[in-house]
Design a protein around this ligand. Sequence first.
Ligand SMILES: C[S@@+](CC[C@H](N)C(=O)[O-])C[C@H]1O[C@@H](n2cnc3c(N)ncnc32)[C@H](O)[C@@H]1O
Length: 414
Amino acid sequence: MTEDATLLEPLLALLRGGVGEDDRWLKAIFSHPAGDAFFEKLVAQPVRLTSGAAIKLVVSNQGRVATRALPLGDWPAELEAVLGAEPSHINLLARDHDWHARRAKSGRWLVSRGKPSQVPRGEPAAVAAHDRQPNHPLPPDDEAVRELFVETGLFGHSGKLRGEAAGKYRQVQHYVELLRPLGLWERPAGSAVRIVDAGCGKAYLSLALYLYAKRRGLRPELHAVDREPSVIGAVATAAEHLGYIDVHTHAADIASFAATLDGGCDLLVSLHACDTATDDALGAGVSLGAKAIVLAPCCHHELVAQVEARMKDGRAPAGWDAILGSGLLRHRFADVLTDALRAAALEACGYRADVVEFVDPEATSRNLMIRAERRPEGSGLEMAKAAGVASFRGLAAAWDVQPSVQRVVASPEP
Ligand SMILES: C[S@@+](CC[C@H](N)C(=O)[O-])C[C@H]1O[C@@H](n2cnc3c(N)ncnc32)[C@H](O)[C@@H]1O
């Protein structure tokens, strides 16, 4: 965590505005040196009362503790009074981050931000069932969802979120949320939807997708592929326990699996498959005619070596020294170049690709997701493909690199 005075404004904005239907902060603690204000410690917490939303205040001062509930409409004025008393520390526990602010002797605020420590309202450990807001794609109070999360270790056997699994839980919900806009879920109830997870590991994200498809009234069929037989065995066991009858596991290499699957697929996902395995997955999705391809790339090794070779032989584009001269920036740049070429390659194959943030950048720097949906047949398709080819070739030529993904651009048709 780093200290940064410019972060006070976002913290205050969150405190002023982040309560209501979807509370973005869960607890705020203001501290003050003894004797100088109406509190030594003041804890504010959004709560739901039968009369409506409110802020519970617990004020400690000179050995006395007083608790009261403040109507939500009175919170802004109360907050200004608390801030006006010049607290020395503010700790704000929010859905997305924990914030810590302390006032230095100079009067300047030093603010740091870290991972969230609280389970947000609406998630199982935090609230009573009647208060839950079922706005997650997989509502935790749904029995089937609970079973899945118990099986995949996110919930304990009591059905409550395990504290140490909070990050993973958010990731699963966020992942399904990111895939929710895909057109393939819009099919009529009872339609089949075939999903391939390439480099699936324990496949807990794909099992969540399988359940999501069922909740949408579809008939999912999941093919979980990993070259590691032991993880594939674990997926098969989990699917059996859950009664997910249409989960098929394959201990295989992504490329060879794709060559043997008849009938294509609707969705190919590949999350954090190592290095160029992401390109194998992309190629598999294209060759299987997937309606959507979703990739979260992992480690990138291929292009940094090629960029460094261009530097050595003096053929790197001019004017890039400030980036190429730093090892860290050079590696980051090669990662970006790799993923930009992947997105362009997908466009060249007739997909509309966008790049979004997958997981919290504080959890891992490998947090990109490339989401691509096949464009419909029509007059614009060939033009879009040609633009993708030009974009891919232009960028690859500028750096004189030959990424693995180029093979799909050379022969884009399934
Ligand atoms: C970092 S793990 C990610 C697992 C899972 N997708 C997730 O996000 O939790 C990468 C997985 O990809 C598998 N893998 C890597 N290259 C592969 C390939 N060419 N064919 C099949 N599996 C591969 C590895 O065995 C490993 O289980």
